[in-house]
Design a protein around this ligand. Structure first.
Ligand SMILES: Nc1ncnc2c1ncn2[C@@H]1O[C@H](COP(=O)(O)OP(=O)(O)OP(=O)(O)O)[C@@H](O)[C@H]1O
Ligand SMILES: [Mg+2]
Length: 135
């Protein structure tokens, strides 16, 4: 369990759970970009609530989930948030250029993987990334 701070935002609980031992071959810088963008968002929009990161395997894919219990995203914005320079109204006043999720989506799709979001306004968000074990 670790805590983390992004600018004036922080969370006291980040739990990482590896549901399986997952062995893969990835570009570590790209993997880092994926996880840090999602984690930064979870901290920024997570309203100081605990964050979970899980790792699992589904066939030939590694599955990474970043789960927060913060402000959530309205369903009509699920597609928009992955577009370049797109931001949506937030509960808190927070800066950003709207590139983070666009970059994550580009990287994930370049590996042959996918990213999707499940969220309920006011209850939090789960971002699920699936990347091939070898890419
Ligand atoms: N975990 C989350 N909870 C709620 N809203 C989120 C979450 N992650 C992203 N969003 C929404 O999606 C929008 C796009 O996110 P994205 O990471 O692309 O940009 P950003 O965080 O605004 O800026 P940056 O380019 O610095 O990452 C955000 O402005 C925010 O409204
Ligand atoms: Mg971001």
């Amino acid at each position: 369990m670790i805590s983390s701070q992004v600018g004036r935002f922080y969370t006291e609980q980040i739990a990482f759970t590896a549901k399986k031992r997952v062995i893969g071959f990835w570009d570590l810088r790209r993997l880092d970009q994926i996880v840090s963008n999602l984690l930064t968002n979870a901290i920024k929009y997570g309203h100081k609530k605990p964050i979970e990161i899980t790792l699992d395997q589904d066939g030939n894919f590694a599955v990474i989930e970043v789960i927060d219990h913060g402000e959530g995203i309205a369903p009509e914005n699920f597609d928009k948030i992955f577009k370049r320079f797109e931001r949506v109204p937030n509960d808190i006043s927070v800066g950003g250029i709207g590139l983070g999720l666009y970059i994550v989506k580009q990287i994930v799709e370049a590996t042959g993987g996918s990213i999707n979001v499940k969220s309920k306004k006011g209850e939090g968000s789960t971002f699920t990334v699936r990347i091939p074990l070898s890419s």
